[in-house]
Design a protein around this ligand. Structure first.
Ligand code: ISL
Length: 566
């Protein structure tokens, strides 16, 4: 919709607490560590902090496997620490969004412990099935005996046999993350209870983990075996997903002034209109179409080059597809994705490409989500060996590949793993050039990127030309220029092989955004439709000498410019 609200005007900042700042020197980031960095966030100018899960959890998926929704992980601190964080944000006029992970729980959650033992009312809290009796061998570990052919998103079957109950349970992610049975009204009621518990503690919204996976097709039929993830057509945007979210909205969300962002792998613009359109139950959705552009069509780990044509086409489709209908959640990296500089930019032009991509992120219609470290141009990590990775998705992939005859050792797949592993995003935040990047005094839980001696907050803040200062100016600019928030989006030069340019328009104010996505020096020819006379340069990542020719200008590698048009 086109109504004006606070969350559309906000810049969001995602914190992965494990890697943000370690206050007690045990090698793991924590809540008091974030509290110490509140002034840092305030100085940067962001409006909303999204905290990835900090709840009690055995950490099989670093918090996306929750054991107790109403408690904080000991390593991260206490509820009192959490309250100090919330209050510290609110005192600085920032808001706090919590992660809601309710497609699945940990297998150590009390509900699952009871469900395995068939203790009512928990017997049907999860998705239990008997094996296929036709399978013959009678061995529950025989792959033919599984209830259906669905894959886990982390690889391998989506079913694990539980000896205690003598049945299989469904897990779309790791075996330690059993899927909740949303068909059971008691499950939904308990989820709403958890939400109210946090909302009553004065949070400002939820980011909802894989929330379009909560409804599974009737009868859990076999999936098309040629799909990248077998079974996905039966659980992505399942038959009741929207209905459950509407119920959640009516019963809970509508009573609070909060923002909701659904993480929704596999959604199209049309799907998004249902979830976040005019009457949709949620405010924004993270889609993944731009995250697929460099993944192989059959194997996501088989990376290939992305093309500017596809990139522009994807963003344009979402910009125009939600115009007047819904609101985009804009991101180029997060805790699950490679670093944007190493993916859509260029490490050889680290500062130029980080600031160009930042300009893109902050000048589209939607709310920008900045991921920790992005604001100093952090990059992917040159992991020394297989032993340096800790992420469950990465480890499972490496395990599976090493079982294959055509893979002899880790280095056969090393490039793909180094490029695509989620651990790239999760190495400690680089605060200074002190040992361990000033993140901790102890051995950190995950390798520090060796480039911390050069890429760190302290040196970035001391250098007016740094990525950090550019983000700060860009965030200010977005706060001061409603055209960049609400303006219509219109692509210019739709076929240019190197330049991505567009115009934003709000009533009689326009903005022209010109981005050189590569290391060449193409000429930007001003389209006839753009009235450039009197244009005012709002921000750029290079010095711009005026005046230039009236009908265009030459760009330098990864140059970005934003003009205000009258
Ligand atoms: O990470 C991915 C690609 O590398 C995705 O497949 C990811 O698993 C998917 O986007 C869902 O992510 C969310 O749910 C997962 C959790 O591991 C992720 O960290 C979380 O963001 C399961 O809870």
């Amino acid at each position: 919709e086109s109504e004006r609200t606070w969350w559309k005007e906000s810049v969001f900042y995602e914190i992965y607490p494990r890697s943000f700042y370690d206050s007690n020197d045990n090698g793991v980031g924590d809540l008091p560590g974030i509290v110490r960095k509140l002034d840092y966030l305030d100085d940067l100018g962001v409006d909303v902090v999204w905290l990835t899960p900090v709840y009690d959890s055995p950490q099989a998926d670093f918090g996306y496997d929750i054991r107790d929704y109403r408690d904080i992980l000991d390593e991260y601190g206490t509820m009192d620490d959490w309250e100090r964080l919330r209050d510290g944000l609110h005192e600085r006029d920032m808001r706090l969004v919590m992660d809601l992970v309710v497609n699945h729980t940990s297998d150590e959650h009390e509900w699952f412990e009871k469900s395995r033992r068939e203790v009512d009312p928990y017997t049907d809290y999860y998705i239990w099935r008997e094996g296929d009796p036709e399978a013959g061998s009678g061995d529950p570990y025989d792959p033919d005996a599984l209830p259906n052919n669905w894959d886990s998103l982390f690889g391998g079957p989506a079913w694990t046999y539980d000896e205690r109950r003598g049945e299989y349970y469904l897990h779309l992610f790791d075996g330690k993350q059993p899927d909740l049975n949303w068909r059971n009204p008691a499950v939904r009621e308990d989820v709403y209870g958890i939400m109210r518990w946090w909302l009553d503690r004065d949070i400002d919204g939820f980011r909802m983990d894989v929330i379009n996976f909560i409804s599974k097709a009737d009868g859990l039929p076999d999936g098309d075996p040629s799909a990248v993830v077998t079974g996905s057509e039966h659980f992505i945007n399942g038959p009741h997903a929207c209905e459950y979210l509407r119920e959640m909205d009516e019963r809970v969300l509508s009573e609070y002034d909060v923002v909701t962002v659904g993480e929704m792998p596999g959604i199209s613009v049309e799907d998004a209109r249902e979830y976040v359109g005019r009457d949709g139950p949620l405010d924004m959705a993270f889609h993944f179409e731009h995250m697929r552009l460099d993944e192989g069509p059959d194997d996501p780990w088989n990376f290939r080059d992305w093309s500017l044509d596809d990139f522009r086409e994807t963003f344009t489709r979402w910009q125009t597809g939600l115009a007047g209908e819904g609101w985009n959640a804009l991101y180029l990296n997060n805790h699950d994705q490679p670093r944007m500089v190493s993916r859509f930019g260029d490490e050889a032009y680290r500062v130029e490409s980080a600031t160009m991509l930042a300009t893109f992120l902050h000048t589209l219609r939607g709310s920008p989500f900045v991921y920790q470290g992005e604001e100093i141009g952090m990059t992917n990590v040159p992991f020394e060996s297989a032993g340096k990775f800790v992420d469950v998705e990465t480890l499972r992939y490496v395990e599976r590949m090493l079982e294959r005859d055509d893979v002899e050792n880790f280095e056969d797949i090393g490039d793909a793993v180094r490029y695509g592993s989620r651990d790239n995003a999760r190495t400690p935040m680089q605060w200074s050039d002190a040992p361990n990047a000033g993140f901790t005094d102890r051995e950190p839980w995950l390798t520090v990127n060796p480039n911390y001696t050069e890429v760190n907050v302290e040196s970035a803040r001391a250098d007016p030309d740094s990525v950090w200062h550019y983000y700060r100016r860009l965030i200010d600019l977005r706060h001061d220029a409603p055209v960049l928030v609400y303006g219509d989006y219109e692509p210019l030069l739709p076929d240019h092989p190197e330049i991505y340019a567009y115009r934003r328009t709000l009533e009689d104010v326009g903005a022209l955004v010109v981005l050189n996505f590569f290391d060449g020096e193409p000429r930007f020819d001003l389209p006839g439709s753009v009235a450039y006379d009197g244009a005012e340069l709002l921000i750029s990542n290079y010095e711009v000498e005026r005046p230039e020719g009236p009908d265009g200008f030459d760009l330098r590698p990864y140059e970005a410019r934003v003009y205000r048009l009258e």
